[in-house]
Ligand binder design. Structure first.
Ligand SMILES: [Zn+2]
Length: 182
């Protein structure tokens, strides 16, 4: 298990659509990849991480949602697809590839997603609220879409100065060199 470096905004892989996973082909390497993804996400306290954020151009992502008074919900989605969406919400969102940057992003309030799980079995997820937001955010990553490109033009322009300032710091940031908490 290892913490991996997270790709930051400006790196080409984040804006490239990922490849569909051939489960039989990846099966052997999947446990190690997934444990690295969960470890990396946990190390920086994220709610989701797409494979291309650690430089792997495959259609898979991990999500971890902490609900009050409940055990955290950890989920793996492989080749996910949104089959239904309804309503809308406009809440603040951040991204591990844009550390320190937050913006309100419009998303569907509820989604139904079909995917494969870590065992290669088909799953169907009905999600709302934070979980629905995390699913849509990670699935955007898999399509090569970063969250700021979902913003209206004016909001994007307003964000530009802080984006440029943060970008200089992101270059020096390497999560794989983080000291692991004991
Ligand atoms: Zn993200």
């Amino acid at each position: 298990m290892a913490i991996r470096r997270i790709c930051k905004y400006g790196e080409k892989i984040l804006e490239k659509k990922t490849k569909k996973v051939d489960f039989a082909e990846i099966k052997k390497d999947l446990p190690a990849l997934l444990s690295d993804m969960f470890e990396t996400m946990d190390a920086v306290g994220g709610a989701g991480l797409a494979a291309n954020q650690i430089g792997v151009g495959l259609s898979l992502a991990v999500i971890k949602i902490q609900r009050e008074g409940e055990e955290p919900l950890s989920i793996v989605i492989i080749n996910p697809e949104i089959v239904e969406r309804s309503g809308s919400m406009n809440e603040e969102e951040g991204c591990l590839s844009f550390p320190g940057l937050f913006a309100k992003v419009k998303r569907a309030a509820k989604v139904k997603v079909r995917a494969l799980n870590e065992k290669g079995l088909p799953i169907e997820i009905n999600a709302e609220g934070l979980f629905a937001r995390a699913l849509q955010h990670e699935m955007d990553h898999l399509e090569g879409i970063v969250f700021i490109s979902r913003l209206p033009l004016m909001a994007r322009l307003k964000l530009k100065p802080s984006l440029l300032k943060l970008k200089a710091q992101w270059k020096k940031l390497d999560e794989s060199k983080m000291i692991r908490p004991m």
